[in-house]
Design a protein around this ligand. Structure first.
Ligand code: TYD
Length: 432
């Protein structure tokens, strides 16, 4: 089977690569409001993704002719400042782009957005490196039209090319440009709209797009990210926020946790955390954590990473080294060895550590809900946990990403995302 049936593919931006509805709708509302115009109804706002905005302002939203240009200017300002931050890459597309690029397929962008704005969006989401050519409209009234944009997004020579888009304009443009039109069924247009406009095929979701564009290519290995921190570091809140942000960047995230993450391991979790088991000896506790981990790695983590997912795991083996090795005094090396058969070669590619002093963490914990058995441990236990974590970090500098967790929720979330992206997307490193 040919690994890549098309040697050149052009993509539409809004509604195809990105879920753009919220970003566009909120920016149009703000722009119209700022000029004293009435805010459009929900149903009309949903129609804005895809066609050139100027046309929609005139025909759909009935903006008076003399107000069209002022609305466009205000819209561009709001969009640049905040609208595009509400965009989200559709799931799996980051992987599809990467697979096309790695396979030597020409990848282009054909958007009716101004080219500069499209480039800014690709940059914000660190997708620009996947595109060989970006074709967009200028800022002025005169438009090139979709067929011309598609021609410009494709190379001079190709064997077989396609345009992937979610609206009738994309499919009509593809026909006019003489390339296959692949309808993006996950976007804003209906299947009927796409077929009527001449789609060669309509794919229901982004997985099906991958199967169509890269049928014989292997999905690249995913990424294993663990998150660690002492009790009271705000870890669960931060994992929630991080999951949301990583999805917005287009990562296929599998969120899981330890102890737990699959039925057998969740059963073991109940035994370990049960306050009725206060007389559990440290060795038993450490072995139960390792047993639960072995099942979790075999059943959840390894298969997901092999399928190309980003596994986001709330605690992993570093917790055992810190809590059982340091806190319970079993010794960090003993605990590491005890976990070796459970972990195998599945060590995290990166570990986010939420750093907070044990005294500050204790103050936070006492304000939170009912403590479990481990949380009831004396404070020197938590001090030993913290020290064991710190030693782990010193010994594994390349793997750990340390963030100061003694800040506001938003500040920690910002720093955590930045740290994680710096590892996932090294090209973003110097940007804020
Ligand atoms: P959990 O319910 O996950 O709470 P938190 O939000 O603080 O992570 O807590 C699990 C507890 O189990 C936590 O106190 C740390 C402890 N633990 C270990 O002692 N060893 C381990 O290997 C793991 C994974 C957790």
């Amino acid at each position: 089977m040919n690994a890549f049936p098309y040697d050149a593919v052009a993509f539409d931006l809004d509604g195809t690569l990105f879920d753009a509805e919220e970003g566009i709708a909120s920016s149009v509302c703000r722009a119209m409001e700022s000029l004293g115009l009435p805010v459009p109804p929900e149903a009309d706002l949903r129609e804005l993704v895809g066609p050139p905005l100027r046309d929609s302002l005139r025909t759909l939203l009935k903006v008076p002719q003399e107000m069209v240009e002022p609305v466009m200017t205000a819209y561009h300002d709001v969009f640049r400042a905040e609208g595009m931050r509400r965009y989200a890459v559709y799931p799996h597309l980051r992987t599809v782009l990467r697979m096309l690029k790695d396979g030597g397929v020409h990848v282009g962008l054909a958007t009716s957005k101004p080219r500069k704005m499209a480039e800014a969006i690709l940059r914000l989401f660190a997708l620009e490196d996947y595109f060989d050519r970006v074709a967009g409209e200028g800022m002025e009234e005169k438009q090139l039209g979709k067929a011309e944009l598609i021609r410009r997004a494709l190379p001079e020579r190709y064997e077989r090319a396609a345009m992937v888009g979610d609206r009738r304009f994309d499919m009509a443009g593809a026909r006019e440009a003489g390339v296959d039109g692949i309808g993006a069924g996950w976007g804003c247009g209906t299947e009927e709209e796409l077929v009527t406009a001449g789609a060669t095929v309509v794919v229901p979701d982004t997985e099906a797009l991958r199967a169509l564009l890269c049928p014989g290519a292997q999905v690249p290995r995913g990424f294993f990210l663990s998150v660690e921190g002492p009790d009271g570091s705000g870890k669960t809140t931060q994992v929630d926020l991080l999951e949301k942000s990583l999805r917005q960047y287009g990562y296929s995230v599998l969120r899981t946790r330890e102890p737990g993450g699959c039925p057998i391991s969740e059963d073991i979790r109940r035994i370990i955390l049960d306050t009725a088991n206060a007389d559990m000896c440290p060795e038993c506790e450490a072995l139960l954590y390792a047993a639960s981990r072995a099942q979790h790695v075999a059943q959840v983590i390894r298969p997901a990473v092999e399928r190309g997912m980003l596994v986001l795991c709330d605690r992993f083996v570093d917790s055992s080294v810190a809590y059982q090795g340091g806190g319970r005094g079993l010794g960090t090396e003993v605990v590491r060895q005890l976990n070796a058969p459970a972990v195998g070669d599945m060590m995290p590619d990166a570990t986010l550590y939420l750093s907070i002093d044990h005294a500050a963490a204790l103050r936070r914990r006492l304000r939170a809900s009912e403590p479990d058995r481990l949380e009831l441990e004396a404070d020197d236990f938590h001090e030993r946990v913290q020290h064991a974590y710190e030693k782990q970090i010193r010994d594994n500098r390349r793997r750990f990403l340390t963030v100061n967790a003694d800040q506001s929720v938003d500040a920690v979330a910002h720093d955590a995302l930045k740290a994680v992206l710096s590892r996932l997307l090294p090209q973003l490193k110097d940007k804020d």
